[in-house]
Design a protein around this ligand. Structure first.
Ligand SMILES: NC(=O)c1ccc[n+]([C@@H]2O[C@H](COP(=O)([O-])OP(=O)(O)OC[C@H]3O[C@@H](n4cnc5c(N)ncnc54)[C@H](OP(=O)(O)O)[C@@H]3O)[C@@H](O)[C@H]2O)c1
Length: 259
């Protein structure tokens, strides 16, 4: 079987479920070596085991909180130490939603969400970018693509009163991703924002969506996206020649009319 990504070393955060799991599986299916991060060790070990059984690319786990500075360093170190070179593909995906508006969202969850979605994502972008830029050095960046892919959201582009605080974290992440693109694109590193609409995953439960209301919504705009749909979009972006950058990709269920 052709393995178009066999030379790539990837790190994916939030890879025990949903979009991150699907992205890790897809990159490995295409031949990449992948470090998977998430907090739930058993869940992560199951995904890693299944990837390795398939014998396409190789996977290892780096369990821990992706918002923790030590864990961010560790996942990148493990990629380098285990696979023999610094990661050239980092997917900044770990995150969570939060149902509700400014008035009625649960304030007790604000801090954790900001820490994960914004500060953790920014820390990983910073550390991955620093290593990639050093790795490319004065060499020819066209010889090997370097990618940081950030999973943003439709609600980081369109203000939604129904998930206001969550949306604000994604607006912030979008701005950091675009700023970083301008900073390190000229040095050969692509920073890509992927902005999904509604994806069916654990996201809805974790965010605390009312199942009945969400069910009605699904009937109206469904079928919604599956994590594998987003994974194929990520694979498309990072498979482009190094001098081609699809830097902002919006992907929605066909019938999604809002936002
Ligand atoms: N689903 C949607 O409709 C949708 C739409 C647009 C954007 N997104 C974005 O897509 C990303 C993935 O969401 P999803 O839909 O795949 O949700 P999901 O099914 O709930 O998966 C989230 C993943 O992130 C991990 N995670 C959460 N907090 C973490 C932390 N602090 N450290 C490490 N891992 C952490 C979770 O694993 P553990 O619990 O094991 O740590 C899980 O693997 C998020 O950034 C989300 O904002 C989702």
């Amino acid at each position: 079987m052709m393995s178009p990504m066999r030379h790539r070393v990837a790190v994916v955060t939030g890879a025990s479920a949903g979009i991150g799991e699907a992205v890790a599986r897809e990159l490995a299916r295409l031949g990449a070596s992948v470090v998977l991060n998430a907090r739930r060790e058993e869940q992560l070990a199951r995904v890693v085991g299944e990837i390795n059984e398939a014998k396409d690319g190789e996977a290892i786990a780096c369990p821990g909180d992706a918002a923790d500075a030590g864990v961010v360093t560790e996942m990148l170190d493990r990629a380098r130490d285990h696979f023999g070179s610094e990661a050239d593909l980092v997917v900044v995906n770990a995150g969570r939603g939060l149902a509700g508006s400014v008035l009625d969202s649960d304030t007790d969850q604000w801090e954790e969400m900001v820490r994960t979605n914004l500060l953790g994502a920014a820390r990983l972008m910073r550390e991955a970018a620093g290593r990639m830029v050093v790795g490319i050095g004065d060499g020819d960046w066209r010889e090997r693509a370097h990618d940081i892919v950030v999973i943003g959201s439709n609600v980081g582009r369109h203000i939604s009163p129904f998930s206001s605080m969550y949306g604000s974290t994604k607006f912030a992440v979008h701005s950091i991703a675009e700023a970083l693109r301008r900073e390190i694109g000229p040095r050969g590193v692509r920073v890509t924002l992927v902005e999904p609409g509604i994806v069916h995953s654990e996201f809805q439960r974790v965010a605390g969506y009312d199942p009945e209301k969400f069910g009605e919504f699904m009937e109206k705009v469904g079928p919604v996206l599956e994590p594998a749909d987003v994974a194929r979009a990520v694979a498309f972006v990072v498979s482009q020649p190094a001098a081609v950058h699809v830097n902002d990709l919006v992907i929605r269920p066909t019938r999604q009319d809002y936002p």
